[in-house]
Each structure stands twice: as C-alpha cells, then as structure tokens.
Ligand binder design. Sequence first.
Ligand code: OGA
Ligand code: NI
Length: 320
Amino acid sequence: MRVCRLLQITSVIPVRFLKDMSRLLNPEFSEEETAKLGSACEHWGFFQLVNHGLDGGLLQQIKSDITEFFSLPLEEKLAVAIPPNGIQGFGHHFVFSKEQKLDWVDMLFLATRPVEERSLAFWPTKPSTFRDTLDMYSLELANVSAQLFKFMANNLGVNKEGLLGTFKGLPQSMRINYYPPCSQANKVLGLSPHTDGVGMTFLLQVNDVEGLQIRKDGKWFSVKAIPGALVVNIGDALEVLTNGQYKSIEHRAVINPVKERITIATFLSVNLGCTIGPLQELLKAGEARYKVLDGVEFTKGYFAAKLEGRRYLESLKLGI
Ligand code: OGA
Ligand code: NI
C-alpha cells in the first residue's frame, strides 16, 4: 500500500549553500572556503558542492545508464531483484510488514566499496556500460569524500587521521531512487522524512526534476539542485563524531505529478570495525553528548529504527 499524507508548506533554500572544491584546494582561498564549509555543516548539515572535479562525460554517462536501466521492462530489472530478507538489489527497501504504507519509490541498492565486498550478482549488465560507469563514479566519489574529510578535520581542529580512521577504507554504498509520477502527488511521499545513518551522502539528480526537501527548525525547504553540483548532506555518524557540532539534516523526497524523478545517493559509511562516539579531541570543551557504539551496533540500530525523522539519532543522545 502506498502512503497518503498532506505535505507542509515549504520555502526554497537560498543559493549561498554553494561550496567550491577548487577554492578549498587553492591555498589562496582554502581557509576562507573551509570556514564556509564548516558553517554550512554546523547550521544546516547540507551544502552543494561545485567544481568537484568529476568529469562531465562521466556524469552524463551515469545519468544515461541509470535512465536506461529503469526504462527496461520489469522482468529485466528483476534480474537483479532484492531477495527475501536481502539488502542489495532492485525493488522495495525498508519493508518491515505487510500492513506498512510504502514510499512512492523503486530502488536499486548496491554496496560499492570496498571493491572486494561487491556482490556483482546485483549489478545490472544492461545497459552493458552500467558496471564500468558505476565503478568509475564510485572511485571519484571516494576521492571527493576523502578530500572533504580533510577540510572538515581542519575546520573542526582535529587530527585528520582520527576522523578518517572511522571511515577506514571509505565504505560506500549507492541507492538509486526511481520516483514514478503520481497524479495525486501531494498525497504521497517519495521518501519519508529521515536522516542518513552514515558519515555523509552525495546526491546527484539524474534527471532535472526537483523533489528533495530538507528540514530546519521545523520548517521544510525545497532544494533547487544546481546543474552539475553534488548535493551533500551530513549523516548521523558525523553528528555523533563531532559531538553535535555538525548536524545530520532531516530530509525527504516529494513526488512530481507528471514527471518521473531519478536520483543516485552515494553513502559514505563508517567502518564496521570502528567505534562511533564523540572524538576525544572535541571533548575538551564539554561533555560527550552521544553514546559510544561499535560500528556494527550503530549500523544495525539505524536500520532497526526504520526511516523516521531524527528518531535514531535522538535515541543516541545522552541525557544531559
Ligand atoms: C536518500 C535520499 C533523496 C532524493 O536516498 O537517502 O534522501 O532526493 N534521497 O532522492
Ligand atoms: Ni537520505
């Protein structure tokens, strides 16, 4: 069953959320741009990254490969269907019971890094370029995330090895979201309000249909994706590690009445062998505000809590 809900009024988010990777990398501007990056992470947990260095041809290719995959007949997409109780593959995810109302979306979920942990059985072979394109995109985003962590460490005043250590091997997964149009679009949601249970997420709009909204101070804002930009949001793990300095932003996806919408979300997850808790270096100024969990407990807890706003994150807060 699909869900019916009334959407709250939204405002359009201002463009000052642009962060420029070429300025971060340029010694002349790096300090200023790093401060802006930090401010966006602290106040919104969200920004759009431009001049990120990803090849325009690669972005075009991934967009066309994904669009082609979703336009295949259902039987062909089911070649990579998610098995019962499985995690990876094509179909509905986050299904916990038969009575549950489902979000208005089909997904293809894949673990993409470390490379040795890929289950290629779930990687489409149609179109024939799909696997190679996804592999290249995955590597490029691993590099971008490693660079961003360095600038975040500078901004936070922590050792970059300490921050990067939690994300050792840059564990990464991708969720390709296909939102069909719905004539009663204001009565359904593509993705229910949630936070991402990871370090950070990179969202690329595969076609030009908007639909992402973020929530701040109880108010929903529509995100107008800048062409070619990567929409980045901070996830739960980074909020915990920074002891609340960076915010894991609550967000949702809305549906267009006439056009399909396709996005690819790339998640940078914690290393399951690491401990997730506030970084010691940030505790000089105050007490820890979040529980410490190991990577496996942290990740299991996120999925068990289902997609429900900031519920999981709030459950990790210590009562101070
Ligand atoms: C997600 C997500 C938003 C979108 O996949 O976690 O928040 O606009 N996607 O597709
Ligand atoms: Ni999300």
